[in-house]
Write a new protein. Structure first.
Length: 440
């Protein structure tokens, strides 16, 4: 299958060819014909599968007919974060270079006046975060009655961020006859309810099981005490000890921890930047650009800030905190090992993280290899592992001697690999050395 078999216009095909793409990804191959046929589409796909082009390419073809009117955009794309919205703008600029379409971006942290001027000139494609879009609407500066195509992207992240009431309101403001394209990596009950309420006989496209992790990613778990200072020392030891570390994204559960870890790493001489929700838009975009360009080696981020970022060549992902939601583990480590490249994903876990780890391993259908105990704190065990270590019932003891020797089901210990990371996915020897703990 090639792009010229999907029904795209000549202008779009020329732009795709100029970008160097010849073969569509599975979601592009399946979704584009249905979008061109003006069907509602439900796409279940993780980031990195090419879903942005799956809706931008057919939208460009459709928009070749008709023209924009002042304050009445023709199409609307909703994204959960400013960064994702900006990436969609880049996609339209790349693939729409042969078109004369007006594209506007409505996100927080940018002047209302500049955005209003673009709306006044007429917009073919409006890309927005829900909050800023409703701000413009409530000021009477935007009409949604001309929307032909509505795209709701990263719907499960919208749910996590509390945007579902805004999404419901926006869906009721746009025409009932619009075409809806709905994308989500997972389908929790609240998202299923939205689909049933606002999509009309959608074509369902699922290109990958939501709980899969790429085979190109070597996963590892390193245990540590729960104390943040100890965890930071463990992380520094991991960063210093891997000669194959080209760059890395470090995930924290809270934006306050992102800021603390960023200050600590910079203090210890690491090339690092932060990405979290309290930063203004200019600072966030500058941080991303510096990381993409290789000026900065480490990006410390929260899940909300980093979800869906298109950074194709990331060698390592570090989970400084074990994510509370198992699905977030899949999204995090999916930032590495992309496009056939190999990647390393290392999770630092405390004994208190056993429940979260059990949920992650159940979701991904595999056990994350325990590589070492670093920085104290004892091994991390799930409930199932603790049951395996428990003595059999009925064991009796007299005078310190057992009538029956304790029988325990223990896992076969695997030999520790001392080689550095190589093409076979072996992990570096430093993972198996004790880590001296220092304040910081």
């Amino acid at each position: 299958m090639s792009f010229d078999q999907l029904g795209l216009s000549d202008k779009v095909q020329a732009a795709v060819a100029a970008s160097g793409y010849t073969t569509p990804t599975p979601i592009q191959e399946q979704a584009i014909p249905h979008v061109l046929a003006r069907s509602d589409v439900l796409g279940i796909a993780q980031t990195g599968t090419g879903k942005t082009a799956a809706f931008t390419l057919p939208m460009l073809t459709i928009l070749e007919k008709g023209r924009a009117r002042a304050r009445m955009p023709r199409t609307l794309i909703l994204e959960p974060t400013r960064e994702l919205a900006a990436q969609v703008v880049e996609a339209f600029e790349k693939y729409g270079k042969n078109h004369k379409l007006n594209v506007a971006l409505l996100i927080g942290g940018v002047s209302f006046e500049d955005q209003d001027m673009k709306l006044t000139r007429g917009v073919d494609v409006l890309i927005a975060t829900p909050g800023r879009l409703l701000d413009h609407f409530e000021r009477g500066r935007l009409l949604l009655s001309g929307i032909e195509i509505l795209v709701i992207d990263e719907a499960d992240r919208m749910l996590d961020m509390g945007f579902i009431p805004d999404i419901e309101r926006i869906c009721k403001l746009v025409p009932f006859t619009r075409q809806t394209l709905f994308f989500s990596a997972t389908m929790p009950p609240e998202i299923q309810r939205l689909v049933g309420q606002f999509l009309h006989n959608p074509v369902k496209i699922e290109v990958a099981r939501p709980a899969t992790t790429a085979s190109t990613v070597t996963q590892a778990l390193v245990s540590s005490a729960a104390d943040p200072a100890r965890k930071r020392e463990v992380l520094r030891q991991l960063l210093r000890g891997d000669a194959n570390l080209k760059n890395g994204i470090i995930f924290c559960n809270r934006k306050t921890e992102v800021a603390k870890l960023h200050r600590s790493l910079v203090k210890h001489g690491f090339s690092a930047t932060a990405l979290h929700g309290d930063m203004d838009q200019r600072a966030r975009m500058n941080a991303l650009e510096a990381f993409r360009n290789g000026e900065i080696k480490l990006l410390i981020a929260s899940d909300v800030a980093a979800r869906g970022l298109d950074i194709p060549d990331v060698s390592h992902v570090f989970n400084f905190d074990v994510p509370h939601h198992a699905e977030d583990y899949v999204h995090r480590i999916g930032r590495t090992g992309r496009a056939g490249r190999s990647g390393i994903a290392i999770t630092i876990a405390a004994p208190e993280d056993g429940k979260s780890l059990a949920a992650i391993e159940k979701l991904i259908g595999q056990k994350i290899p325990r590589q070492a105990t670093a920085g104290g704190g004892g091994p991390v065990e799930t409930k199932a592992e603790r049951r395996e270590e428990r003595p059999v019932r009925g064991e009796l003891r007299r005078g310190g001697n057992s009538l029956r020797a304790p029988q325990r089901k223990t896992e076969q210990r695997q030999p520790k690999t001392e080689a550095a990371v190589d093409s076979a996915g072996h992990l570096p020897a430093f993972l198996f050395r004790p880590v001296p703990v220092k304040a910081g």
